[in-house]
Design a protein around this ligand. Structure first.
Ligand SMILES: NC(=O)c1ccc[n+]([C@@H]2O[C@H](COP(=O)([O-])OP(=O)(O)OC[C@H]3O[C@@H](n4cnc5c(N)ncnc54)[C@H](OP(=O)(O)O)[C@@H]3O)[C@@H](O)[C@H]2O)c1
Length: 199
């Protein structure tokens, strides 16, 4: 299986990349500062440019994208656009472009998080984006062609980045070793339109 992992040096992406590399011979890692496969998901030309360097893929996983962390009372319209341009439209544009570079029955797996449905202070802008991606995946999955599938993994806070004994959005952080199998499930099974949650 030929797999591209975007955000391959991040807390989540690095573990996805390392785990998949043990089981598949062709796993490519991309991120903005990569020397081999630089990609910025906020820039459609950059996304296309990266795909042009790669063979046709069987799975594309994105574990990148950001949004503003601010109290509702301090959020400006511009603050919202940060997340809309990055984590929301970055993943939406990636999904559109990816369909041209995937083999038949290939898969796209996006990343959101617990904030789509549980409250944590200062996360209104991030919650908005996560919820939008869930709705997008739910609908877009029905119209993907050539058997292409799309799913999203929604983890809780990851142990390490957040203290293990403190709740985030009302839930204890989760181990990355338990999150990676959700990405594996998304690429290896026939599921589509699913939100794979762990929190
Ligand atoms: N960590 C958590 O606890 C957690 C929990 C639930 C959900 N999430 C979500 O999961 C995603 C990844 O989180 P993370 O904590 O793993 O992030 P992270 O540790 O900050 O790593 C982000 C990764 O994405 C790359 N990247 C950043 N912006 C990019 C862009 N515009 N285009 C392409 N690559 C980009 C980074 O490398 P470069 O800087 O070189 O680009 C890096 O490889 C985020 O959307 C986050 O909201 C995280």
């Amino acid at each position: 299986m030929k797999i591209l992992v975007i955000g391959a040096t991040g807390t989540i992406g690095k573990e996805i990349y390392n785990t998949l590399s043990k089981h598949h011979t062709e796993v490519y890692g991309a991120h903005r500062n990569s020397k081999t496969y630089p990609i910025d998901i906020t820039d459609k030309a950059s996304i296309k440019n990266t795909f042009e360097k790669l063979p046709k893929l069987d799975a594309i996983i994105n574990a990148s994208g950001t949004a503003a962390w601010k109290n509702f009372n301090e959020l400006s319209e511009e603050d919202y656009y940060l997340g809309i341009k990055s984590k929301l439209m970055g993943q939406v544009n990636l999904s559109h472009i990816a369909t041209n570079y995937l083999n038949d029955n290939g898969s796209i797996t996006l990343t959101t998080g617990i904030l789509a449905e549980h409250y944590e202070p200062n996360t209104a802008a991030l919650s908005l984006v996560n919820g939008a991606i869930h709705s997008f995946v739910n609908a877009a999955a029905n119209e993907m062609q050539r058997g292409i599938r799309i799913n999203v993994v929604a983890p809780g806070a990851i142990v390490g980045g957040f203290p293990e004994d403190k709740k985030f959005a009302g839930h204890y952080p989760v181990n990355i070793e338990d999150v990676v199998p959700l990405y594996q499930k998304a690429i290896q099974t026939k599921i589509t339109g699913q939100i794979l949650k762990l929190y």
